[in-house]
Design a protein around this ligand. Structure first.
Ligand SMILES: [Zn+2]
Ligand SMILES: [Zn+2]
Length: 259
């Protein structure tokens, strides 16, 4: 069984074909998924997705790409984290690729999420793009290891992965690891400790090979696992079992559902 540790199946493009999406998950042994919040406006749809499906969990956070979003406070995040099936704080982090200029507000927002995660005891889902140095620095300054969490859709260097693992964080691989061009990332997936590894789709984005360019969905997470098994020279079942166990160890308020 596989767990898709990061997806956005509440996005409106999935609404017309949710029954097919869940049927494909079951047919491909994807037993659970974490539906990740990106802002307050869409939070209800995330919570509704988790409420409607026993094998779907939710998270609460405001993504760094939402510049015009009302700024979250620690109190508001802590309060929302008490809603049913919320197992994590995020996604949060830094993105210097999509946005430029004075991004001090992103760093402040990131600190707010880390403080909320520590206050709730729930782990962080961290997004970092073209901002690895500041991401690791702020994690250290804020004591993010007290909350723990995952570096999602990881695309950074081995050194960044190791710095995050030293703080007890997990590294989550998406379909990018299946892309031929992702040579450095494949090396990271080959060498980091498997007990700090998760898999995800980040659907609807970043469909893995052989679905590259199409709309991604949780059923495709097995292709990420297949590539990791190939890179490490280990059985696919070991990747499936270990990443699933890692998921429930990290997101320890998530109750697994029997298949
Ligand atoms: Zn992200
Ligand atoms: Zn995401």
């Amino acid at each position: 069984m596989y767990v898709d540790s990061h997806c956005h199946i509440n996005f409106p493009e999935f609404a017309p074909r949710l029954p097919e999406l869940f049927a494909a998950m079951a047919a491909n042994q994807v037993s659970h998924a974490l539906c990740v919040g990106v802002n307050f406006a869409e939070l209800d749809s995330v919570l509704e997705m988790a409420a409607a499906h026993p094998n779907v969990y939710a998270s609460v956070g405001v993504h760094p790409d939402y510049e015009l979003e009302e700024e979250p406070t620690i109190e508001r995040l802590v309060d929302l984290a008490k809603r049913p099936k919320v197992v994590a704080i995020g996604e949060t982090g830094l993105d210097y690729y999509r946005l430029t200029g004075d991004l001090e507000w992103q760093r402040e927002r990131f600190r707010t999420h880390i403080r909320a995660a520590i206050a709730t005891g729930k782990p962080l889902i961290i997004h970092t793009r073209s901002a690895a140095e500041d991401t690791i620095r702020i994690m250290r300054e804020e004591g993010a290891q007290k909350a723990g969490g995952v570096m999602h859709c990881f695309t950074e260097s081995l050194a960044v992965a190791q710095a995050a693992i030293e703080m007890g964080f997990y590294i989550s691989f998406s379909g990018i690891v299946t892309f031929k061009s992702a040579k450095e990332l494949k090396e990271v997936a080959r060498v980091i400790p498997i007990d700090h590894m998760l898999i995800e789709t980040d659907s609807p984005y970043l469909a893995p090979v052989p679905h590259r360019g199409k709309t991604n969905e949780p059923a495709y997470v097995m292709h990420v696992a297949e590539e990791i098994a190939r890179l490490r020279g280990i059985p696919l079942t070991e990747v499936a079992e270990t990443t699933t166990a890692n998921f429930f160890k990290l997101f320890d308020s998530a109750q697994p559902v029997a298949a």
